[in-house]
Design a protein around this ligand. Structure first.
Ligand SMILES: *Cc1c(COP(=O)(O)O)cnc(C)c1O
Length: 228
């Protein structure tokens, strides 16, 4: 049982080691400190230890925490987003990981336009096709992209997935490989308004494997802040 500061430096070291194994540049992997359910004091400790990007899954928590944190702390929405919460959320986030339908994207576009913002988004992919999960199935992604890329206030930066909960992270390696391949295939098409520079995959149990397979953002909660 260490402190948040100790956990953070251990996670950072493990990220570096995974980059080395995977032949990846550590500068290309961003750690998202998933602070959902945790009090502001925990975020402040992580900030003091160097964390700058925080992941939350509830709009309400972002509305409370973002204004209370230093200017250069960024917040990412990583949880399922209801359309009626989009308006409030937009001023407080720098990336939405969890765009899982064209309808949601359309709502974000409408509000972004009203607010005069450009919003960076990822498409959430249910890569393992779990019934309990949100996200587009891999075969639905291209059609959704074709529609969403036409929304002028959105920038589609990449893909996100929540891999299944497994005992052995190796079990998720094929899922991560699949998402990586999908992003490479999309990138090759050179679609307007679609960059595919971000691949958000890997959590406390499997972020090292995700990095070996090409993750550019890992979302680590428990491994930094302890059990929820
Ligand atoms: C909670 C959450 C995480 C972090 O999970 P840990 O296992 O605690 O690291 C990552 N991604 C999403 C979408 C989450 O909801």
């Amino acid at each position: 049982m260490g402190t948040i500061t100790e956990h953070l430096s251990e996670v950072t070291a493990r990220i570096r080691a995974a980059c080395e194994r995977g032949g990846r540049d550590p500068a290309c992997v961003t750690l998202i400190a998933v602070s959902k359910t945790k009090p502001l004091s925990a975020l402040q400790e992580a900030y003091a230890a160097g964390a700058r990007v925080f992941g939350e899954n509830k709009v309400q928590e972002i509305l409370e925490k973002e204004p209370a944190m230093p200017e250069d702390a960024q917040f990412h929405m990583i949880g399922h987003l209801q359309r009626n919460k989009v308006k409030q959320l937009l001023p407080h986030v720098s990336l939405i990981h969890s765009v899982d339908s064209v309808r949601l994207a359309e709502q974000i576009q409408q509000e972004a336009k009203k607010q005069g913002r450009q919003i960076r988004i990822l498409l959430e992919v249910n890569a393992a096709k779990e019934e309990s999960k949100f996200g587009l199935f891999p075969e639905e992604v291209m059609d959704a992209l074709e529609e969403i890329r036409q929304f002028p206030n959105l920038n589609i930066c990449g893909l996100m997935t929540i891999a299944p909960f497994v005992e052995n992270p190796e079990e998720n390696r094929p899922i991560f490989q699949k998402l990586y391949q999908l992003s490479v295939d999309i990138k090759k098409k050179n679609i307007d308004n679609v960059t595919m520079d971000v691949l958000s995959m890997g959590m406390t149990g499997d972020y090292e494997v995700a990095i070996e397979e090409g993750a550019t953002m890992v979302r680590v909660g428990t491994g930094i802040f302890g059990a929820r």
